[in-house]
Design a protein around this ligand. Structure first.
Ligand SMILES: Cc1cc2nc3c(=O)[nH]c(=O)nc-3n(C[C@H](O)[C@H](O)[C@H](O)COP(=O)(O)O)c2cc1C
Length: 203
């Protein structure tokens, strides 16, 4: 009786839980998403996983901004305007701008992650590292929930228009934006150099 119920639980959990190594292996940057919306509950679950990251001095420096359609459109407009500046033809530039804006508005979900800037340089570096670990927790948790993610960085993150779109206050720096949704199709793995070639075992 006892064994039977354990076996049932084990079978059930194998459908819902992904081994951590499987999640690490199967996580890929996902560039196209289905139309399935991502629920607030799912995002909250991912963020709770994020904040479990290790953090020297427990500064908890990470801040998360979950952008709705308006915020996404505004962020897309900021990015689109930057991209359009590099295009000479005015019509092509306007078209490029419009496309970037619409693409962002249409994302199933998008987050910006920022870090609170500590006055001390050493703490600032530790805080950046901790926030990156929180982001990786989030990516792996998303993978385990069957969601795809794509990190984006770049000078746009410091652009006043992009910062305003996110609503990030003075004293915080956006360190990444993250697109999130149900993957539309598979993305192939980019080969990595084996860790053994990059590791020195110091006696
Ligand atoms: C900090 C960081 C910033 C990134 N920024 C971008 C970006 O701006 N644009 C982009 O297309 N991909 C970006 N990526 C995704 C990487 O290109 C991607 O992780 C890499 O190609 C390996 O592919 P994989 O994630 O599928 O393993 C970023 C990844 C990291 C870790």
């Amino acid at each position: 009786m006892k064994r039977g119920s354990w076996a049932r639980r084990a079978v059930r959990s194998s459908f819902h839980r992904m081994n951590i190594f499987e999640a690490i292996r199967s996580r890929r940057s996902i560039k196209a998403f289905t139309d399935r919306p991502v629920s607030r509950e799912e995002i909250e679950r991912l963020l709770e996983a994020a904040v479990q990251a290790p953090n020297h001095r427990m500064t908890q420096p990470w801040r998360f901004y979950v952008l709705g359609p308006e915020g996404r459109r505004a962020y897309g407009a900021a990015l689109g305007a930057r991209k359009a500046k590099k295009v000479e033809d005015a019509a092509a530039a306007a078209e490029m701008s419009r496309k970037v804006e619409e693409k962002h508005e249409g994302l199933p979900a998008m987050l910006a992650v920022s870090v609170v800037l500590a006055p001390d340089a050493e703490i600032r570096e530790e805080d950046y590292a901790a926030a990156c670990m929180a982001i990786q927790n989030l990516l792996l948790a998303a993978t385990a929930l069957g969601l795809g993610t794509h990190l984006k960085t770049g000078a746009v993150m410091d652009d006043p228009r992009a910062r305003a779109a996110v609503g990030v206050p003075e004293g915080e720096r956006i360190i990444v934006t993250l697109e999130l949704g149900e993957p539309a199709g598979a993305s192939s793995a980019k080969p990595r150099t084996s860790a053994s070639a990059l590791t020195t075992w110091v006696p």
